[in-house]
Design a protein around this ligand. Structure first.
Ligand SMILES: *[C@@H]1O[C@H](CO)[C@@H](O)[C@H](O)[C@H]1NC(C)=O
Ligand SMILES: *[C@@H]1O[C@H](CO)[C@@H](O)[C@H](O)[C@H]1NC(C)=O
Ligand SMILES: *[C@@H]1O[C@H](CO)[C@@H](O)[C@H](O)[C@H]1NC(C)=O
Length: 185
């Protein structure tokens, strides 16, 4: 009984589309530059399900393709989505979580050239998207972060930094990411 329940839910998780993504602010989308760097299969996987985990995105193995940075989505495909924020500004996020998987989550500022975190996470959830709850806490799908007071001159050039939403489903062993391109003005 236990085994068959586990098996059918595992099968469901493997085949079901839609797990979660950021819907606002606008997040990086795949495009021609990504196809050139990561291959068409990676782009197709995201177009087929924009809420799917990184583990479902097949990289072409190229050195410049890093699926674990923004799902492999490139700044060059998203230059019209760059947000402008001021020091200390509060930024509202909206997420959709059609298929939740419990685990830690956070939003951090990432230096895209080095794929390193700048400063502290802007928000952290020890337990996010817990499918065992009857209703998810409202802050899982609507939350706010505050931009740092001083980024020391970082993130003033478009493409240099993203705000990265990161969520790891502990039991599902699946990673979800979306990146918001921004500049500090
Ligand atoms: C979120 O997922 C939906 C459904 O697949 C997709 O239409 C949308 O483009 C995705 N958004 C992002 C930022 O990936
Ligand atoms: C965000 O959460 C993930 C999963 O726990 C973790 O690996 C990552 O280090 C966290 N990021 C930061 C900046 O703390
Ligand atoms: C989200 O809401 C839950 C339930 O109210 C709360 O326990 C948790 O601390 C909140 N997390 C964040 C990061 O605000």
């Amino acid at each position: 009984m236990r085994t068959s329940t586990f098996f059918s839910s595992a099968l469901f998780a493997a085949t079901a589309l839609a797990h979660g993504n950021i819907t606002s602010p606008p997040a990086r989308q795949p495009g021609a530059a990504m196809a050139q760097i990561c291959g068409n299969a990676a782009v197709s996987a995201i177009l087929a399900d924009g809420t799917g985990p990184l583990e479902n995105i097949q990289s072409n193995g190229a050195v410049d393709c890093n699926i674990f940075l923004c799902k492999g989505a490139q700044f060059a495909d998203n230059q019209n989505l760059v947000q402008q924020f001021q020091a200390g500004e509060v930024v509202d996020f909206a997420a959709q979580l059609p298929i939740p998987h419990e685990g830690p989550a956070n939003v951090s500022i990432i230096d895209t050239a080095s794929n390193t975190v700048i400063g502290n996470p802007l928000i952290e959830f020890d337990s996010y998207a817990d499918e065992n709850l009857a209703v998810l806490p409202p802050n899982n799908t609507a939350f706010s972060v505050q931009m740092p007071a001083d980024l020391g001159g970082a993130c003033e050039v478009a493409g240099e930094c993203v705000m990265q939403w990161f969520w790891f489903g502990t039991a599902a062993l699946q990673t979800y990411e979306n990146c918001v391109d921004f500049v500090m003005v």
